[in-house]
Design a protein around this ligand. Structure first.
Ligand SMILES: [Zn+2]
Length: 260
């Protein structure tokens, strides 16, 4: 069977869909992939490697430069969710669904998704380390990172030397899923890379859409599509609608049969 058709049937039948998204989801919105060959992590900034800048120690000792880096390299203002994000948000209206994302752009929520676990946090908001007041990053960049209380604002992202606190919640949610869909990640970076195993890929189905082949491309339970996410999801969505409308007709006929 055609892979897209099979994916559409699996999604249509799913009652608790788990979606794991990575950088590839956002690059289709025009954002740069941090880890790709000519991505953000490949060069230095003011003599520092990005992994160094995005660490807790650097944040405390070089706060101004840290924020300058965010403003110039990681700022997502001017970019918006793409067709892929919108289709996922639509799917959530019909079934239980959770998105586990490695992205920090909050595009899933902007597109309308509700159950989203951001394992690496979000760049959208900052929190004052002293009084815990929250403020959007856009305002912190405009008005400065000092809070009226005297504390400093830190973006709600997980820095390189910090613990990924949301991962245990992500794991328990992943275990409960009846279908796993992986979008835009080659599943090489832990802890998100362990999600297929935790979910139970050896006894439940999975769909992967990623430009490059992943470790799971030949797994017996995995249908892998090596293509763009937005384009693939649009094709799947069309097929899914066909499946669901023919199922609705079947159900109507059944009801009519009973009434006779
Ligand atoms: Zn404060």
């Amino acid at each position: 069977m055609d892979k897209l058709q099979y994916a559409a049937e699996l999604i249509s039948a799913s009652k608790n869909l788990m979606v794991l998204t990575g950088a590839g989801m956002s690059t289709e919105s025009g954002l740069k992939d941090f880890r790709s060959k000519d991505g953000l992590a490949s060069g230095t900034y003011e003599g520092y490697y990005p992994e160094e800048i995005l660490s807790r120690g650097f944040f405390y000792h070089n706060t101004a430069l840290f924020y300058q880096y965010l403003k110039e390299k990681l700022n997502v203002s001017g970019y918006s969710p793409n067709k892929g994000h919108q289709i996922l948000a639509e799917w959530e209206k019909k079934r239980e669904m959770t998105i586990i994302t490695q992205n920090i752009d909050s595009f899933h929520q902007k597109a309308g998704s509700i159950h989203v676990i951001e394992v690496h946090g979000t760049l959208a908001e900052c929190t004052c380390l002293k009084c815990r007041m929250e403020k959007p990053l856009s305002l912190v960049l405009k008005e400065g990172y000092t809070c009226p209380c005297g504390g400093i604002y830190k973006p709600n992202i997980v820095l390189y030397d910090e613990e990924v606190t949301e991962i245990s919640r992500a794991f328990s949610v992943a275990r409960a899923g009846d279908l796993l869909m992986v979008l835009g990640t080659s599943l090489k970076v832990y802890p998100a890379a362990s999600i297929p195993e935790i979910y139970g890929i050896n006894h439940k189905r999975g769909i992967i859409i990623n430009r490059d082949e992943t470790l799971y491309s030949h797994h017996y339970n995995v249908t892998e599509i090596n293509d763009g996410i937005g384009a693939s999801l649009q094709k799947i969505e069309r097929k899914k609608k066909k499946i669901e409308s023919s199922r609705d007709i079947d159900q109507t006929t059944q009801v009519l049969d009973k009434e006779e």
